[in-house]
Design a protein around this ligand. Structure first.
Ligand code: IPM
Ligand code: MN
Length: 385
């Protein structure tokens, strides 16, 4: 029997609630496919500060380096926004990404037919939307030195090396080969030297991929295009900060930030986390959407452990419950029944265990038939890196 160690870092706010559901679904997948998954919890973020005064405790550092994959909830807590940098929850997350060397952050964004009406965009714009954002994750403004505050002056540094750009560009081109063979590289080359290097380097890497079309967009125009013509994107490749901003914008397409997963990959163990934050305003109420975390667990199975069958089962279960009308509060239209975080997690886990794929009618899903609809396409359809 295959056996894997997974470090689970629930973190702050809604992190523990959504991570618990992802764990439930992972265990269901393990049971169904005969895989032993050992899930062990470690603190990160404000939880780490509370436990041992460090947002990335030594125990957590050691554990993630031993693990086969890392599942993270969210970090961030009210009151710590102005804490010294070494005590900020976000410093724990950035430290973790750097420690694992996970330079390529994959954020798939695909619109499900059953959720088209949850987006503020017009339905015709949403047809065929299936974007994979490849965000550089361990460089740029988030990490550049010098940085700091000096009285009435503050400094951050945007720096990238050619090598850093090349390796993430390769991830994007490789992914495009398994998808629709288009890479849109996003930069600000009309203003920034770093972007000029970015553009040149991506162009050079692109020569190794003559079968993949490459286009370059300025980030301001890309932001507009993402909501006016989102179906025009296949793989969107960009640097750390632009990718952070554009991926929240892309969440508007699918109807809720709570749905979107991510995989952060590098040389060693991968890090898998929903793209949403810790949402302290709704923490502890059982209303958070666990699907971003559960879909991140599916990416963990796919890219972290190379278990595509188990990953497919989880992705299919997510699609099936959404097509059947299951809605957490963020997704529910007025008058629609609302599931709690754990009810949503249980439905998905039950479906993974029941081995009934998309044949939801046979699976005892007790949901309003009015919003049963089939999915346009597999939300993870083109996410292979
Ligand atoms: C994300 C988050 C993080 C980021 C924060 C919490 C540091 O917004 O994963 O997108 O900016 O990378
Ligand atoms: Mn973000």
């Amino acid at each position: 029997m295959k056996s894997y160690a997974i470090a689970v870092l629930p973190g702050d706010g809604i992190g523990p609630e959504v991570t618990a559901e992802a764990e439930r679904v992972l265990q269901a997948a393990g049971q169904r496919f005969g895989i032993t998954l050992t899930l062990t919890h470690f603190p990160v973020g404000a939880a780490g500060v509370a436990a041992v005064g460090d947002p990335l405790p030594e125990e957590t550092r050691a554990a993630v380096q031993r693990a086969n994959a890392v599942l993270l909830g969210a970090v961030g807590a009210p009151g710590l926004e102005h804490a010294p940098r070494h005590l900020k929850p976000e410093t724990g997350l950035l430290g973790l990404r750097a420690l694992l060397g996970v330079y390529a952050n994959l954020r798939p964004v695909a619109v499900l037919a059953s959720l088209v009406d949850r987006s503020p965009l017009k339905a015709d714009r949403l047809r065929d939307v299936d974007v994979l954002i490849v965000r550089e994750l361990t460089g740029g403004l988030y990490y550049g030195e010098p940085r700091g505050r000096d009285g009435p002056r503050a400094v951050n540094t945007l720096v990238y090396t050619k090598a850093e750009i090349e390796r993430v560009a390769r991830v994007a081109f490789d992914a495009a080969r398994r998808r629709r063979r288009l890479v849109t590289s996003v930069d600000k080359a009309n203003v920034l030297e770093v972007s000029q290097l970015w553009r040149e380097t991506v162009t050079t890497v692109g020569r190794d991929y003559p079968d993949v079309r490459l286009e370059h967009l300025y980030v301001d125009y890309a932001a507009m295009r993402l909501v006016t013509d989102p179906a025009a994107f296949d793989v969107l490749l960009t640097e750390n900060m632009f990718g952070d901003i554009l991926s929240d914008e892309a969440a508007v397409l699918v109807g809720s930030l709570g749905l979107l997963p991510s995989a952060s990959l590098g040389a060693g163990a991968g890090l898998f986390e929903p793209i949403h934050g810790s949402a302290p305003d709704i923490a502890g109420k059982g209303v958070a959407n666990p699907i971003g975390a559960i879909a991140s667990a599916a990416m963990l199975l796919r890219y972290g452990l190379q278990l595509p069958e188990a990953a497919d089962a989880v992705d299919q279960a997510i699609r099936a419950v959404l097509s059947a009308g299951a809605r957490t509060r963020d997704l529910a239209a007025a008058g629609e029944p609302v599931l709690s975080t754990s009810e949503m997690g249980s439905r998905i886990a039950d479906l993974v265990l029941s081995n009934c794929g998309l044949a939801i009618a046979d699976c005892g899903l007790d949901l309003p038939s009015s919003n049963r609809q089939s999915a346009i396409r597999n939300p993870q359809s083109g996410t292979a890196p």
